[in-house]
Design a protein around this ligand. Sequence first.
Ligand SMILES: Cc1cc2nc3c(=O)[nH]c(=O)nc-3n(C[C@H](O)[C@H](O)[C@H](O)COP(=O)(O)OP(=O)(O)OC[C@H]3O[C@@H](n4cnc5c(N)ncnc54)[C@H](O)[C@@H]3O)c2cc1C
Length: 314
Amino acid sequence: MPFDEPIMMTEAGFPYIPAGAHFTDRGTPYLTEAGVAMIARSSVDLSAADGFLGGFGPDLGFGGYLADPDVLPEPERLVKFLGQACYLSLGAGRTPNAEAGRYLDNLKRSGHGSVYEHPVFTLFFWGIDRSVTHELVRHRAGFGFSQVSQRYVDGTRLRFVERPEYQEDGLGPDAPPTLRDAVRDLHLGFLGEIDGAFATYEAKAASLIAAKELGHPMLAADARTEARKQVNQVAREGLPNCTEAPIGVTGNARAWRHAIEMRANAAADVPIRLAMLKAYRLLRMVAPLLFGDYEVVPLPSSRTAAVQTPNRKI
Ligand SMILES: Cc1cc2nc3c(=O)[nH]c(=O)nc-3n(C[C@H](O)[C@H](O)[C@H](O)COP(=O)(O)OP(=O)(O)OC[C@H]3O[C@@H](n4cnc5c(N)ncnc54)[C@H](O)[C@@H]3O)c2cc1C
């Protein structure tokens, strides 16, 4: 199944699902799936709030808050503390960490999702193309993006992404030979297309450099990086949608939840659905109580899956 790839873990405890490059016979690199890596997340130390907790009367028992024997993952620790701080419900009668799942689910159910905005997670995506990143950057609330430049990057860094529909692996064991042949043709067509795109790019870049040396006024620049940019930004204009566009996405838990619900969804296009399923799996691994209400539902017709939750758009 394309949505149960093993999750790897760095020594520091950051999960990732890698994806490697393939090469056409002519050496053009391409990827067949998204790689997703969690490269940063909120670090939490509530002991710094001890001075606040200890400043109330001993009868309230706030001083015992940090002594709760059940230790939550950092994102959950943060959301629960700030949620309970809203009502100053920090004493003996508070929901203990052992029941954090119930507490956090209550927040989801009641639509008090703003508390979920505190923990942030940065995911780096590669093996996705420009159509996927164009869809990702439509999510405005609670997200920050850093995406490969369409101006500075030259042809030595060009890679392409093959759509799942062109991949025989995605067909399953029962696919008839005629369908396999058709998909093989789509795959070969893709390889030809990206070899052609790369060659066109190189030829165009060479022509632009020639025009620049002949004194084209719009390609003239003193600084070396400016000159390179002026050639690259024009040469990239003809590249297809399937050009790889690595992107770093930082979002808070509430924003990630909404984007996952919209994109790891049966109505979404397959490449973004598969990439966001991976994103969801990484997020759930580090914040099981914030993302644990989702169910991954197989979509047999497309051999993919979608997530479902009773708590949409908290
Ligand atoms: C299957 C699918 C098909 C799509 N097709 C198209 C298409 O054909 N054309 C197209 O242009 N887009 C399309 N989109 C993109 C879609 O319209 C949204 O732009 C995108 O999903 C971002 O989601 P969002 O609007 O909820 O905003 P987000 O930025 O993710 O914001 C989250 C929430 O914050 C609130 N919010 C954010 N910004 C504002 C604001 N300025 N004012 C008020 N409230 C705000 C809203 O409640 C919003 O839902 C499609 C999306 C999907 C999933």
